[in-house]
Each structure stands twice: as C-alpha cells, then as structure tokens.
Write a protein that binds this ligand. Structure first.
Ligand SMILES: *Cc1c(COP(=O)(O)O)cnc(C)c1O
Length: 388
C-alpha cells in the first residue's frame, strides 16, 4: 500500500513546540463502527466546537466521503463552514435561533433545532414573511433542563403541526443527561418520555442517542443517532473499556535536558522536591496550549483528590510530570530514559500510550473538555483517509 498522504495546518513544523497528528483513517473507522452499532438507525456526526478541536476542515470531508450525510453543530457560523465543506449534507444547529441569528440560519440552508415555543414562532414568522418554507427540528427537554420544549408542549405542538403545518419539522430530538452511566435510572425515564413525544410526530425522524446512547443501543437508537466524542476516540461511558480507536497524538518538543541534584525543586511554587539526582526534560507545551495546569505533578488542589498528575511517554516508558505545568513549558522526569530515546526529541502527551481518557482523569476533567481546549499553537498533521 502506498504511504498515506499527510496534510499540514497550523504552525511551521520546524518551529512549533507541539505537534498534533490526527489519523483520519481511525476517525473514519470509528464513525463506521458507530454507524454499524446504530443500525437500523442512520448515524450522523456531531462536529461542534471545530470537530471537538480536531479541525472541521479535515474531519467533515473525511466523514462525508465515508458516507456521513448529517452533521450537527452548535452555532450557525460552524454550520456555514460545514455546508461549504459538505454541500450535499444536512446540517443541524443545536443551539437553535435567536433574533440575530434567524436570518443567517435560514439563508445558509441550516436546520435549527428549535428549543422553545418562541423560537418556533420566530422561525414561522421569518419563513412566512419571506414566503419560504425551510426545514427545522424540534428540541425537547426530557431531563437536562438546558434547552427544549417540555414534553407536554412538544406533544401538543406535534399534534397541532400535523394539521396546521406551522413549520416544516424534519426531526424531533432530545438529549440524554446520564448516558455515561448506563445503569442510571434517568436513562430509561428519558427514553420513555421521548417515545411519547416521538409518537406525536408520526412520520418524522426522531433522535435521542449521543455516543453513550449508541453504545447502550436498543430502544435508545430511534431513527438517527448523534455521536460526537466516540468518533474522536474519547470514552463515552464510565466503567467500561473504551471500544473506540485513538484518533490523534499530541507530542511536545524537548527543548532541553538538564540535571538537578537530590533536594532541589522544580517549577513555580517549588512544590516538588527531588528525591534523587534527576534528569529533567523541559518540553515546549504548557497550559497556553490547552495542556491543563490542573494536571501538574504537584502543587495544584486536584492532587489532594487524585494523587497522580499527567504522564508523558517516550522510549517505551511513561515519565512523570514534575511540579507545575507552566504557560509554555512543562517538565518531565526522564532519569530512567536511555539517552538514545531522548534523541528523538519529542514526548507523547496524549495518544496511543497515554490515552485521552487517562489524560483527562489526571487533569480532573473529561475527554471532551481536554480535547476542545487544545489550542492553536500546534503543527497539525492530518493523515489522509482517502482509500480507506
Ligand atoms: C454534544 C452533543 C451530542 C454529542 O454528544 P457526545 O457525548 O459527544 O456523543 C449529541 N447531542 C447533543 C444535543 C449534544 O449537545
């Protein structure tokens, strides 16, 4: 097989302090896996927040080529980008519309998920005044208390709209609050409540499942699934082995290897005192790159609750982070790493050896937040999925 093509974006690879390599082949394989698990439902892709930080420009065309024809974003401007990248696809805007976004949403051919009765009114009025009929979706709140009509409002509206055709509804959806804990009683309650709502929208597609909902399967699938994090390789369900492939690798450039004596301290606050003579690798990534300070080796409140901070990986071993993560630099203890392994010049921060899920736990957060927070200061490399 020919070597896959690599596309570059972001900072100059020779100058960047960190590099983020996204394997679009793994991304596509994850989506196909989720599509298979979603059957007989259709499988969409949630690409809000710049495809969870990995980059709309590459993620959307790769998924569209793999057969994904429905995308979800949060904001109209994200939707406009997706439309440009996948002109044939239908694009839903999860955050709905307000007075300032209704025109942009309608003109761009985006499908808003209307989140209350006033949004329905706004969409209806906008379309009527222009003599256009544009599709929309109805969002229903079954337990999040975030956005959405109440189930009662939705059922009443669904029945009325069947005869009055107030707006063109192409989908009705709700969102699970506790799907990361499959045994939580809330899941079945929401599912049941949503089944009643969906019945009032006969002949219209219904959608409930996020990534964790897809993994629960069965009654949760409805007509259309909306996985996000699992496409990007993150764990969606607590307490099970994550079945998805890792999709990206984050590496930091080693700027210097220095020697410090037993008893010396490292980084701000002098929160770690070295227990032995130590070889320290200083790398060119910090919290300014979205590598969280809360994942410091010591000297942050989280370490009282979760004893261990972040780890790096190089030379076939894991190396602990020393002291506090700083804005642009982070230090690792590489005393036990053979000199030839250091010559490679890079430490893996997240990837095949330090999973996204593990890195998130060490920073006291979830894979979603860690991933969407990875900043703009990387040499980004995309391994092409063409042909896979
Ligand atoms: C973000 C989001 C999703 C995707 O959730 P994942 O847990 O990332 O799969 C699905 N539906 C809604 C409404 C969302 O906000």
């Amino acid at each position: 097989m020919a070597d896959p093509k690599i596309h570059r974006q972001g900072l100059d690879p020779l100058l960047a302090g960190g590099r983020l390599t996204v394997d679009l082949r793994a991304l596509v394989a994850n989506w196909r896996d989720l599509a298979e698990r979603s059957r007989p439902a259709r499988c969409a892709a949630v690409v809000k927040a710049n495809a969870y930080g990995l980059g709309l420009d590459h993620v959307v065309p790769a998924l569209a080529r793999a057969g994904c024809s429905t995308f979800f974003v949060a904001l109209p401007e994200e939707g406009v980008t997706v439309r440009r990248l996948a002109p044939e696809a239908e694009v839903f805007v999860l955050n709905g519309i307000h007075a300032h976004s209704v025109a942009t949403t309608a003109e761009a051919g985006l499908i808003p998920v209307l989140g209350d009765l006033s949004q329905i009114e706004l969409w209806e009025k906008h379309c009527r005044e222009r003599g256009i009929r544009r599709p929309c979706a109805i969002g229903v709140d079954t337990g999040m208390n975030r956005l959405g009509l109440t189930p009662e409002e939705a059922i009443a509206f669904g029945r009325r709209n069947r005869t009055d055709h107030v707006v063109v509804v192409v989908m009705v959806m709700s969102h699970l609050a506790c799907a990361d804990s499959p045994s939580h009683a809330m899941n079945a309650k929401q599912c049941e409540s949503f089944q009643q709502v969906a019945a009032a929208f006969e002949g219209i597609e219904s959608s409930l499942a996020n990534s964790a909902g897809v993994l629960m399967g069965g009654d949760y699938l409805f007509d259309l699934t909306r996985p996000g994090i699992a496409i990007y390789g993150g764990g969606a369900v607590n307490g099970i082995e994550n079945p998805m492939r890792p999709v990206f690798r984050l590496e930091a450039r080693i700027l210097q290897v220095r020697h410090a004596a037993k008893g010396e301290t490292v980084s701000y606050g002098a929160t770690v005192e070295l227990k032995r003579d130590t070889k320290i690798a200083t790398v060119s990534v910090g919290y300014g790159d979205g590598y969280p300070r809360s994942g410091s080796g010591s000297g942050v409140p989280l370490r009282a609750a979760i004893a261990r901070g972040q780890k790096g990986y190089l030379g076939a071993q894991r190396v602990p982070l020393l002291g506090r993560v700083t804005m642009d630099l982070t230090m690792f203890d590489v005393t036990d790493v053979p000199a030839e392994s250091l010559e490679d010049g890079w430490i893996e921060l997240i990837g095949h050896n330090i999973s996204l899920d593990e890195a998130a736990v060490a920073a006291g957060t979830i894979p979603y937040e860690l991933l969407t927070g990875l900043g703009a200061r990387y040499d980004r490399r995309y391994i092409d999925a063409t042909g896979s």
